[in-house]
Design a protein around this ligand. Structure first.
Ligand code: UT7
Length: 391
């Protein structure tokens, strides 16, 4: 029996705080006009509460995708979080999401391929599903790049936004779903877009902080040139791999970095009709790994995606990396019955209680072990005292 991997759930979340171009013009030497004409961005959402982070955005997107799919978190076999701004170097942000949503059967890991990461994640999920190693995989793209940009560097701070998007891919017998992918990398361009410090090569120190090495550094023009080339090439290649032509593609959802990159690659080089290219970067900026799943969720909500449609996802990013995937949209999932909606409302608080219980049990066990070790020490000292007394 053939197995296909279909997208059966999708969801997104962006933080509430909106920062407009005019707001940025108050902190760096820039203007709404420059940002709009050079990038297409009008505003972006950024985290402004101390308790918000990549995982909190990812958790909201994950819950939305589960509700859309009508699946319980326990149906997930694996959670992949593609991100360049994880909560920590380790543990993986995916594990924090796994615990928060109560996906108790799922494995979880983070994937680092910068803005191409979400499409890389989908390709991994597809491979596991069609080979029978997993039935249901959640792929999340989530970022809080606002925590990594230098807010005094106008070359980068105007570009990025925070947000998260998620899809659930599931094994189905009906043909369609994920049809082809192209994954690429060229590490010779690693220096063009990088966050130099905080890893093993340049660990955090007073000097790295003083030099601003914990902020994103980018050669914008070089990345621009690379992006316009690979976006067109990867799109052409993935369509060929799927045995289709560009005329068969109903929608292209590109990585939302810059309207000029999208126009000069997909629209001009491929001569693809602009009305069949989905763009929402004017409202979110470049949300890196989250940009494609956020755009997909909005495209579905706006009725731009119909069952049977062929959709291309194509992205590029630091690494340098690039990735494209071609999917055939699955039939829509049925509306959730009321009892399931109620179930979702109780599941998340319940999974928090269970997680708290596991933490407590671990602490009690550690405390008990400590007591045991101490009492063994006491026993040992008693023995040696007894030995001394008898000698
Ligand atoms: O997900 C991947 C992430 N990275 C990207 O997508 C970046 C790709 N690159 C780009 O999108 C574009 O290269 C940028 C939007 C970053 C820059 O646009 P550009 O048309 O390539 O501008 P530029 O770098 O050639 O700079 C033109 C001028 C420069 O001034 P001078 O040297 O000509 O006097 C910059 O200093 O614009 C200046 N500039 C700005 N001016 C006002 C750069 N940033 C700003 C700014 N506001 N925010």
């Amino acid at each position: 029996m053939a197995r296909y991997s279909h997208i059966v759930g999708w969801g997104m979340y962006v933080p509430e705080r909106v920062v407009t171009n005019d707001d940025l013009a108050k902190i760096v030497e820039t203007s709404d006009e420059w940002i709009r004409t050079r990038t297409g961005i009008r505003e972006r959402h950024i985290v402004d509460k101390p308790n918000e982070s990549t995982s909190t955005l990812a958790i909201r997107a994950a819950r939305a995708a589960l509700e859309k799919a009508g699946l319980p978190p326990t149906a997930l076999d694996l959670i992949i979080v593609a991100t360049s701004s994880p909560d920590h170097l380790f543990p993986a942000t995916a594990c924090i999401v796994q615990d928060a949503i109560g996906a108790t059967r799922a494995g979880a890991y983070d994937l680092s391929a910068a803005c191409s990461g979400f499409v890389y994640g989908m390709a991994m999920a597809h491979g596991l599903i069609v080979s029978g190693q997993a039935d249901t995989v959640m792929v999340i793209g989530a970022e809080t790049l606002s925590r990594l940009v230098d807010w005094s560097d106008r070359n980068t701070c105007v570009l990025f936004g925070d947000g998260a998007g998620a899809v659930i891919m599931q094994a189905r017998e009906e043909p369609g779903g994920f049809l082809a992918s192209v994954l690429g990398a060229d590490g010779s361009g690693a220096n063009l877009l990088t966050l130099p410090a905080g890893g093993s090569k340049l660990p955090a120190s007073v000097d790295t902080v003083r030099n601003g090495d914990h902020y994103i550094k980018m050669d914008g023009r070089a990345v621009f040139r690379f992006a316009t080339r690979v976006m067109a090439e990867a799109t052409r290649e993935v369509v060929e791999r799927a045995g289709l032509t560009l005329d068969d593609v109903e929608l292209i959802i590109p990585h939302q970095a810059n309207t000029r990159i999208i126009e000069s690659s997909v629209v001009k080089q491929l001569k693809f009709p602009p009305e069949k290219v989905f763009i929402n970067l004017d409202r979110y900026g470049n949300t890196s790994t989250a940009s494609i799943p956020i755009a997909l969720t909005e495209a579905v909500e706006q009725g731009r995606v119909q069952p049977g449609d062929h959709i291309v996802f194509v992205g590029f990013g630091a690494g340098l990396t690039w990735a494209a995937a071609l999917i055939q949209w699955a039939p829509p999932t049925p509306e959730l019955p009321t009892w399931k909606r109620f179930w979702y409302k109780v599941w998340y608080p319940w999974s928090r209680i269970l997680s708290g219980y596991r933490r407590l049990r671990r602490r009690l066990f550690a405390a008990w072990l400590g007591t045991k070790e101490r009492s063994q020490e006491e026993l040992e000292s008693l023995r040696s005292r007894t030995r001394r007394d008898t000698e």
